[in-house]
Design a protein around this ligand. Structure first.
Ligand SMILES: Cc1cc2nc3c(=O)[nH]c(=O)nc-3n(C[C@H](O)[C@H](O)[C@H](O)COP(=O)(O)O)c2cc1C
Length: 202
C-alpha cells in the first residue's frame, strides 16, 4: 500500500447508518476487535473494554433500557409526547436494526491513582482518550473489511442503564457504541474545516 493509498483509505471511511441484514461473521468481528486493540494507550494499560451484541434479545434489552433513560431526558427537555415517542422509537430501531452493536467502555482499574483530584482527572481523561483510540481503530478496521460502522455517543448519557442491561462489571464505564454491518450505500463525504481554520503555526 502506498502512502497515497493509505490516505485514500483513511479519507474514504464514512459513518454508515443503514445496514443490510446480513450477519457479520464472528471471525471478522474478532479481527476488527483485535486491530482495535493495537491502538496506542496511556502507559499501555489498554483500558478499553468491549461488549459485543449480535443476539437480537440482547440488543432489544439494551435498546429498551436506554430508551427509558432517553425518554426521561427528553421529558426534562419539555418535548411533546409525540416527539419523545419518535426519538425514543428511532433510537430503539437503530440499535435493533444494526447487525452488530459494540459498546465501548473505559476501565480505570489498571490506571494510576493519585492522592489529588487534578491528577486523577488527567488520568481519567487518558483512559477515555485511550478507549476512544481503540474506537477509532475499530471503525478503520471495519472499513478495511468493507464493513460499515458509525460511532454513537448515546451510552454516555445512559451509562448505568447500559451497564445494568448488559450486566457489565462495575468498573466498565460505557463511553460509546458502534453499529456495524454491511452498508446499504456509502454517503457522500462531509465537508471538512480547512486546515487553515483549525491550525496555528509557529
Ligand atoms: C464522539 C462521536 C460521537 C458521535 N455520535 C454520533 C451519534 O450519536 N449518532 C450518529 O449518527 N453519529 C455520531 N457520530 C458520527 C459523526 O456524526 C460523524 O463522524 C461525522 O458527521 C462525520 O461524518 P463521517 O464519519 O462520515 O466522516 C459521532 C462521532 C463521534 C466521533
Amino acid at each position: 500500500m502506498t502512502p497515497t493509498d493509505l490516505h485514500d483509505f483513511l479519507r474514504t471511511r464514512r459513518s454508515i447508518r443503514r445496514f443490510k441484514p446480513d450477519p457479520v461473521p464472528d471471525a471478522v468481528i474478532e479481527r476488527i476487535l483485535t486491530t482495535a486493540t493495537y491502538a496506542p494507550s496511556a502507559h499501555h494499560r489498554q483500558p478499553w473494554r468491549f461488549a459485543v451484541l449480535t443476539d437480537p434479545a440482547a440488543k432489544e434489552k439494551l435498546a429498551t433500557a436506554m430508551a427509558i433513560e432517553f425518554r426521561r431526558d427528553l421529558t426534562g427537555d419539555a418535548l411533546s409526547e409525540e416527539e419523545i415517542n419518535q426519538k425514543a422509537n428511532r433510537s430503539i430501531d437503530r440499535i435493533i436494526g444494526a447487525p452488530v452493536v459494540i459498546v465501548l467502555c473505559a476501565d480505570m482499574s489498571d490506571m494510576d491513582a493519585y492522592p489529588d483530584e487534578r491528577r486523577n482527572k488527567a488520568e481519567y481523561s487518558m483512559a477515555v482518550q485511550s478507549a476512544a483510540n481503540a474506537g477509532m481503530q475499530l471503525l478503520l478496521a471495519a472499513h478495511a473489511e468493507g464493513i460499515g460502522s458509525v460511532w454513537v455517543c448515546s451510552p454516555l448519557f445512559a451509562q448505568t442503564s447500559v451497564r445494568t442491561a448488559l450486566a457489565l462489571p462495575n468498573s466498565w464505564e460505557p463511553q460509546a457504541m458502534y453499529f456495524i454491518g454491511y452498508p446499504v450505500g456509502i454517503p457522500e463525504p462531509r465537508q471538512r474545516k480547512s486546515i487553515k481554520e483549525i491550525t496555528k503555526t509557529f
